[in-house]
Design a protein around this ligand. Structure first.
Ligand SMILES: [Zn+2]
Length: 271
């Protein structure tokens, strides 16, 4: 049973740093009035809409949403001001406060179809370690049957005043993993919240999640390789890329890493 207790520690912020992941910075300001909130080794994001409302991307670990509530209160807002929640994928460290948010009748919960199947309990969680983590005592369930959701597919756009959110399928980490590209007309910013599709290292390399946490490494690498050209063809070449487990980067850095196959050597063979 010991590895039940080891697994979360394997992913501690200290070890992520030793492994060379770009560090997550709590409360880091993101373009487009976004704020990253670090929750253990994962993070979620809150984007202020400027009209006393906000949206969130992912949900961290904490099902009681304490940190989110405190942050929202400090901004002079309330949880009922959350108009939308975008979930990149149905892993427990991304769903934390979804059950709290879902109680708000005013909050729309957006997710891809394949991830919604997991959330509704109709499909299994992806990745062997992820399956184990779900069974650990004290870990909240990813299954929220009956949760009212709105399905987004690749290319779908959700609009809020001067903000457009483009859903992008980023499969591999899980079948229905998605990113959400926020195009904000207020400051001209473009931010792709990419979930666990790709992580950035301090040495300029990129990596995908370790195999046992991943559904399909080959598909995940193809997603990473294709991502720069997809963003460039959407005229989003200045987009900031914000993963959940490592520091932000951008299209240039990702393009360079992909062009020179600057990925972890142990993973080259999966290409
Ligand atoms: Zn994940």
């Amino acid at each position: 049973m010991s590895n039940h207790h080891e697994s979360p520690r394997l992913l501690s912020p200290a070890l992520s740093k030793v492994m060379g992941y770009k560090p997550l910075i709590d409360l880091a300001q993101l373009p487009g009035n976004g704020r990253r909130i670090v929750d253990r080794h994962s993070s979620f994001n809150l984007i202020l809409l400027g009209n006393e409302q906000f949206v969130v991307v992912d949900g961290g670990w904490d099902p009681s949403a304490k940190r989110l509530e405190r942050f929202v209160k400090n901004q002079g807002l309330a949880m009922k001001d959350c108009v939308a929640s975008f979930t990149t994928h149905a892993h427990v460290d991304h769903l934390g406060f979804l059950s709290v948010i879902a109680n708000n009748k005013s909050t729309k919960v957006y997710i891809s179809e394949a991830e919604n199947e997991v959330l509704q309990g109709r499909a299994p969680v992806s990745g062997s370690v992820s399956k184990l983590i779900e069974k650990m005592p004290g870990i909240p369930s990813v299954v929220m049957p009956g949760l009212e959701t709105e399905i987004l597919s690749d290319g779908d756009v959700v609009k809020f005043d001067r903000l457009e959110v483009h859903a992008m399928a980023l499969p591999g980490h899980t079948k229905g993993s998605s990113g959400y590209l926020f195009s904000n007309a207020r400051d001209g910013s473009e931010v792709l919240y990419s979930g666990d599709a790709v992580d950035f290292m301090t040495n300029g390399k990129v990596r995908i999640a370790p195999g046992p946490l991943n559904d399909d490494d080959a598909t995940n690498w193809q997603t990473v390789i294709d991502l720069p050209s997809r963003l460039i063809s959407m005229h989003k070449d200045h987009a900031e890329i914000v993963p959940a487990h490592s520091g932000n980067s951008n299209v240039d850095t990702l393009s360079r890493a992909v062009a020179s196959r600057m990925i972890l050597e142990s993973e080259i063979r999966t290409l």
